[in-house]
Design a protein around this ligand. Structure first.
Ligand code: CA2
Length: 165
């Protein structure tokens, strides 16, 4: 009888879109007091917690206010990261280019939002990203990111079980 001691290692890229660098510093009434750094630290803490479940998780976070920089980061994920968690910010509602990049790299991606975009203005209720994402988590504040990280990891684990039963 063989016991599989294979170490499961996943590297996840977390992308934050435009204006999210202002989190916790401006408009706390809309987006709360949590800063982007708080969110990134929370995700690193979550990765350490998953370590106790036998999973080695590396989290790399990147924020940009520029569409092209986000697209370059998505392209750069090929061969480096197994999953992406992205809050595309306002590009959610405008960017065919980010959608094409996600579809192009074919890396499983979870879309996250702090606010519930479906109960906000009509223009925020459409996402160009959702059709190329595994799923969308929206409306739980900073917790959306933690849930997004959990979701991508659960997806990758399931995929690996399907490939190597
Ligand atoms: O709810 C979300 O996470 C959004 O992606 C946030 C975007 C918004 O355009 C999307 O419709 C929904 C805006 C992020 C702006 O963040 C700020 C934070 C503090 C001050 C000003 C903007």
């Amino acid at each position: 009888m063989f016991t599989d001691h294979t170490l499961t290692v996943y590297s996840i890229l977390v992308l934050h879109g435009p204006n999210l660098n202002l989190l916790g510093q401006r408009e706390p009434g809309v987006y709360g007091l949590t800063t982007l750094n708080d969110i990134n630290q929370m995700l690193i803490a979550e990765a350490e917690k998953l370590q106790e479940e036998g999973l080695t998780l590396k989290v790399t976070a990147f924020q940009s206010n520029h569409e092209g920089a986000l697209i370059d980061a998505i392209h750069g994920a090929i061969g480096q990261h197994q999953g992406i968690v992205i809050n595309p910010g306002a590009y959610t509602h405008t960017s065919v280019a980010i959608r094409d990049a996600i579809a192009g790299v074919a890396i499983p991606t979870v879309e996250v939002h702090l606010s519930n975009i479906h109960r906000r203005e009509a223009f925020r209720q459409h996402s160009y990203i959702a059709p190329v994402a595994i799923g969308q988590i929206s409306g739980f504040g900073a917790e959306s990111y933690r849930l997004g990280l959990r979701a991508i990891v659960a997806y990758l684990q399931q995929q690996s079980l399907n490939t190597h039963p």
